[in-house]
Each structure stands twice: as structure tokens, then as C-alpha cells.
Design a protein around this ligand. Structure first.
Ligand code: FE2
Ligand code: FE2
Length: 190
């Protein structure tokens, strides 16, 4: 559907594998926030029928992901970590434009790009892990996040002209690539 403009290098995967416990904690936080984001979206746009339905489904799906990560964490006796600010999310939100309609489009497309980045990086983790339950989990998560990526683009096409969506998506992809390039690698999704 669309391609990210920054390809995550292997040193990111190495940072993740070097402290996988910390990565799991960050992953759990990301799923929790993703579910919360879906609920916020349906609260802000109660008049958008498809969006409300899709966000209700998404909130549940992301919470299921949280539950699955928690299962892996608890088996290893790892606790949820305190919430910390995600610099990537903070910076990508700076692309939001003011104005009811353009703000709505930007929220949808930023969400699509965040899901796409989740898809890319969870797939890298899935590839790198040795055969087993955790590898299978990350492979499944990557597929699920790819569906979410497509969902947000489909919703954008439903509410906006294709040309406007495609042009804005291109701009946001360029901005997201620049953010990824300058952020340090950690044992974290972003
Ligand atoms: Fe998720
Ligand atoms: Fe997702």
C-alpha cells in the first residue's frame, strides 16, 4: 500500500536483542498506548461511522496484543515498566496541522505510518529470534500491524480525496524518515 522511506538497520535489531527484557516492557507500553489511541479517536469523531467501528475493533486488538506481551513477560518474571515519553511519537505528532479536516487527515495518516513502522520492526524482531513461541508471536504481531497500517489508509480514502491523501502521506513519510534517522537506537520499538 505504501512504503516507509527509512529502512531500519540491523544495529536496531542488535540493540533490541541485547536487552530483550527492556524491549518487552517498551512493547507492552506501545500496545497499551495504541489501544488508548483507538479509543481517543472514536471519542473525537463520533459522527464517522466506519471510523468508530474500526477504532472499537482496533482498541480490542491492541489490548489483546498487550495481553499477549504480558503473558511472555510474566513467564520471565518481568514487570510492566513506568510510562515514559516516546520521543518518536512526540516528534511525529508535530506534523499535525491546525484545522478540523486537515487535523483529522493528519491523525489518520500519522497512525498509518506508526503502524507501518511497528510492522517493519516487529517483523525484524521475528526474523532475528530463534525458532520458538516468541518468534511466532512477533511474526504474528507484524502481520497484525500491517493490517492496521492498511486500515488507516483505507479510512483516509473514505473521508478524503485520494490525491489529497497520497500527497499528504508522502509528506508525512518524509518527515517520519527524518525523525527515525536522528533518534538513537534503544531496546525499544522507537
Ligand atoms: Fe499492536
Ligand atoms: Fe497496531
Amino acid at each position: 500500500m505504501f512504503e516507509l522511506k527509512y529502512k531500519t538497520p540491523f544495529i536496531w535489531t542488535e540493540a533490541v536483542l541485547a536487552d530483550f527484557d527492556a524491549f518487552l516492557q517498551d512493547h507492552a507500553a506501545a500496545e497499551k498506548k495504541a489501544s488508548g489511541m483507538a479509543v481517543t479517536m472514536l471519542s473525537h469523531y463520533p459522527d464517522r461511522k466506519s471510523l468508530v467501528r474500526a477504532m472499537a475493533d482496533l482498541a480490542i486488538e491492541e489490548l489483546i496484543h498487550l495481553k499477549q506481551v504480558l503473558k511472555i513477560m510474566q513467564a520471565k518474571d518481568i514487570q510492566l515498566a513506568n510510562d515514559v515519553k516516546d520521543q518518536y511519537i512526540k516528534e511525529i505528532r508535530s506534523v499535525f496541522r491546525q484545522g478540523k479536516e486537515v487535523f483529522f487527515l493528519d491523525r489518520l495518516l500519522v497512525a498509518a505510518v506508526i503502524e507501518a513502522r511497528g510492522h517493519e520492526r516487529f517483523a525484524l524482531v521475528g526474523e532475528a529470534l530463534p525458532a520458538g513461541k516468541e518468534k511466532e508471536f512477533y511474526e504474528a504481531i507484524a502481520k497484525s500491524e500491517e493490517k492496521h497500517k492498511n486500515l488507516f489508509v483505507e479510512l483516509s480514502y473514505e473521508y478524503f480525496d485520494k490525491e489529497e491523501v497520497d500527497q499528504r502521506l508522502e509528506e508525512i513519510l518524509i518527515a517520519e524518515a527524518a525523525i527515525c534517522e536522528k533518534l538513537p537506537f534503544r531496546a525499544a520499538l522507537h
